[in-house]
Design a protein around this ligand. Structure first.
Ligand SMILES: NC(=O)c1ccc[n+]([C@@H]2O[C@H](COP(=O)([O-])OP(=O)(O)OC[C@H]3O[C@@H](n4cnc5c(N)ncnc54)[C@H](OP(=O)(O)O)[C@@H]3O)[C@@H](O)[C@H]2O)c1
Length: 211
């Protein structure tokens, strides 16, 4: 059993990560700023209000954990890179450093040889900003050697759906099916994230998942 803290625990992806971790018997600390949107505390579930940009909050949340997951951001591109930086800087100050797992973005993945997802013509400005913010966060992590990290880039679409436990992975190419559809349910994204916690295969690197 691992101790896992999840920032963004009231969000679409973070809430599924909390559910999947609890279902597998781990001890979970669910974190977000608005405590009223978090689930009620229960057996193996602790709940706390915390801001991922506040080093004191992150430090309190990270102490004693085996893994710190960050699934913050939603559509707020301004949160993406600074939150990764704050978490790493706080973890560097801890003697026992939890592993950092970040929910990343699809933008920097290869959509075709030599072409990244963010090169796709016609993407809206706010989507592009979030994609590049995730790219900046990943670039920052690539320079981090003293904190164990993994960045899990979603496919193009993540949405609530079924937990099938079926997914494919790649390290740098967008995972898509034969028709070019790139998606995963948030439930299976959480399955992949917990699989990586329980059987680490991507220490200090990014990988991506999709159906
Ligand atoms: N295709 C893709 O590349 C793709 C697809 C989906 C998601 N994503 C990425 O996955 C991440 C999660 O997405 P999502 O859709 O699950 O997000 P979401 O549903 O909007 O949830 C965001 C979570 O972050 C929390 N949060 C926001 N600001 C915070 C702060 N300062 N401190 C602590 N918690 C904060 C929110 O709770 P509070 O507001 O109460 O704090 C909420 O729990 C995002 O980074 C998103 O860009 C990428």
């Amino acid at each position: 059993m691992a101790d896992i803290a999840v920032f963004g625990a009231s969000g679409m992806i973070g809430s599924r990560v909390v559910d999947e971790a609890l279902a597998r018997g781990h001890r979970v600390t669910a974190l977000a700023r608005d405590r009223t949107r978090l689930p009620h505390e229960g057996e193996r579930l602790t709940v706390a209000a915390a801001d991922v940009l506040d080093p004191g909050d992150v430090s309190s949340a990270a102490r004693g954990q085996d893994v710190l997951v960050s699934a913050v951001g939603g559509g707020d591109s301004r949160l993406v890179e600074p939150s990764a930086r704050t978490i790493v800087e706080v973890l560097r100050c801890l003697e026992d450093r939890p592993r950092f797992i970040r929910v990343g973005g699809a933008g920097s993945l290869e959509a075709a040889p030599g072409k990244r997802v963010w090169d796709t013509p016609g993407l809206p400005e706010d989507v592009l900003a979030t994609m590049h913010a995730h790219g900046d966060a990943l670039e920052f992590l690539h320079g981090v050697t003293d904190v164990s990290w993994t960045d899990i880039s979603p496919p193009a679409v993540v949405e609530p759906g079924e937990r099938t436990c079926g997914y494919r992975t790649d390290t740098h190419r967008l995972v898509a099916d034969a028709r070019g559809t790139s998606r995963i349910s948030a439930e299976d994204y959480a399955v992949a994230l917990l699989d990586e916690i329980e059987s680490p295969r991507h220490i200090d690197e990014r990988f991506t998942v999709g159906h």
